[in-house]
Ligand binder design. Structure first.
Ligand SMILES: Cc1cc2nc3c(=O)[nH]c(=O)nc-3n(C[C@H](O)[C@H](O)[C@H](O)COP(=O)(O)OP(=O)(O)OC[C@H]3O[C@@H](n4cnc5c(N)ncnc54)[C@H](O)[C@@H]3O)c2cc1C
Length: 424
């Protein structure tokens, strides 16, 4: 058997699966505690999902929104990072089953987030592109730019139109953000970079199965978002339930069809359930059912936090908490305090979510923000969005690079990030 090569000591071992917002915050909070911390992730870097759409639309380099784990914990004692794929849990033996072998735990924390949900539709999975990770954003960026190259020299009018049409499926924040970014690209970049292409023939469709965009926001913010996107040139289609995608065609439940060679699928997420987790512990969309202390139902010393968890018993959130960065971070903080309290036989604190507000950006000087009862949009919301996201990115270098990129783009729209990489 392959060995994870982690020394056994006397300290209690906390194994964390996933170094996203939740897992990383927990690892930070356990620094200096009386535990050995083992962080496992299938990637060797932490990524910052809120800016992934800017990588996909060639606004930022992937390295600006990712940070290597080993650099973050370089001088940390009692901390181990291992890059591995987690496959299952042997709760009887208290072992995590990974691609580098079994890893024993005293406490196991599952914080592996979610993956794109295609709702069992193989055609959608095979013929659309997701936008959940930095790697997927790069694939999207390559396809967008490559299609423009192909369109410029394509004689057949119908094929050219398929190459120029981009269909985005999903009217949540990710769909809105990528649609706005691509509409700005069409207006500012395409006419300059592709002078022999008629940019007016490029269509960006945003398909939403519901009646309004940004369902989790107020109706007022939804209306503002649709208005702003329409002004940017996005064709917003409501009640547009996509049922399939093949032969460069997107099929809608009401019989409508759209031709496109690039369909972006940002229409839902689901958690992956590791082997060995009892069915009774799994809730909606694969999320693990926990109590308010994030203990997974039916298991001992196994916790779930962040997008992978569905906390039950909070009257303010009977359906579970929203899958947001703040929820993940706050759950990690509560769990860190509780794991420390366990060592000292102190009482545990139930998780309680403090809503700091939500925001979505639409384009330059266009965004919506809702903080408590305060709802606003336009330039103030956009500036707030920039500040909040800049503050949240890890690393001084990354913050500086992102800020410089944003300033450069704001004043002259002339980035030079539009390389097509890894087409093979
Ligand atoms: C495009 C996009 C934009 C978003 N924008 C916002 C926003 O603006 N504001 C906001 O609040 N939220 C936003 N979200 C949601 C937010 O990113 C999530 O709520 C948050 O990332 C959840 O944190 P997490 O730690 O639970 O999971 P994640 O951040 O997804 O981290 C999970 C980690 O687990 C690792 N992992 C997964 N499976 C395995 C495995 N089998 N083995 C080993 N490692 C594994 C992954 O590599 C990853 O590092 C956005 C999400 C996306 C996809």
């Amino acid at each position: 058997m392959i060995k994870a090569n982690i020394a056994h000591g006397n300290l209690r071992r906390v194994v964390i699966v996933g170094g996203g917002f939740a897992g990383l915050e927990l690892a930070f909070r356990l620094r200096g505690s009386n535990c050995q911390v083992v962080l496992i992730d299938k990637n060797n870097y932490h990524q910052f999902p809120p800016l992934i759409y800017q990588v996909a639309s060639a606004g930022l380099e992937p390295s600006s929104i990712a940070f290597p784990f080993r650099r973050l914990f370089q001088d940390e004692k009692n901390f181990y990072f291992r890059m591995a794929q987690v496959n299952g849990v042997d709760a009887e033996r208290k072992e995590l089953l990974t691609s580098i072998g079994a890893i024993r735990y005293d406490y196991l924390v599952l914080a592996a987030g979610t993956t794109t949900n295609y709702f069992g539709n193989d055609g959608l999975q095979a013929n659309t592109l997701p936008m959940k990770t930095v790697a997927e954003a790069m694939s999207l960026r390559n396809t967008i730019l490559h299609n423009l190259e192909l369109a410029e020299t394509e004689d057949d009018e119908a094929v050219r139109s398929q190459l120029l049409n981009i269909v985005i499926v999903g009217g949540g924040p990710s769909g809105v953000e990528i649609a706005g970014a691509l509409a700005e690209m069409k207006r500012t970049v395409v006419p300059r970079d592709y002078p022999d292409l008629d940019a007016a023939k490029m269509n960006i469709y945003l398909l939403n199965a519901g009646q309004r965009l940004l369902q989790s926001f107020s109706a007022e913010s939804s209306a503002r978002t649709e208005r702003d996107l329409t002004r940017l040139g996005v064709r917003v289609m409501q009640n547009a339930m996509v049922t399939g995608c093949h032969n460069n065609e997107v099929l809608l439940a009401d019989g409508r069809r759209l031709e496109s060679r690039l369909v972006v699928w940002v229409s839902g997420v689901r958690a992956t359930v590791p082997d060995g987790i009892p069915a009774a512990s799994v809730g909606r969309a694969g999320r693990l059912l926990t109590d308010r202390y994030n203990r997974v139902k039916g298991l001992t010393d196994v916790y779930a936090i962040g997008d992978q968890a569905l906390v039950q018993g909070d009257e303010a959130y009977p359906e579970g908490h929203p899958q947001l960065a703040q929820v993940a971070i706050q759950q990690a903080r509560t769990l860190a305090a509780n794991l420390k309290a366990l060592q000292r036989d102190r009482p545990l604190k139930p998780f309680s979510y403090r809503d700091l507000g939500t925001m979505a950006t639409i384009g330059r000087k266009k965004a919506v923000a809702e903080i408590g009862r305060l709802r606003f949009g336009g330039t103030p919301a956009w500036l707030l969005w920039l500040v909040v996201h800049l503050r949240s990115i890890l690393g001084v270098r990354n913050k500086t690079v992102v800020l410089l990129n944003w300033m450069w783009n704001y004043f002259n729209y002339r980035q030079s990030l539009r390389l097509i990489l890894n087409r093979d």
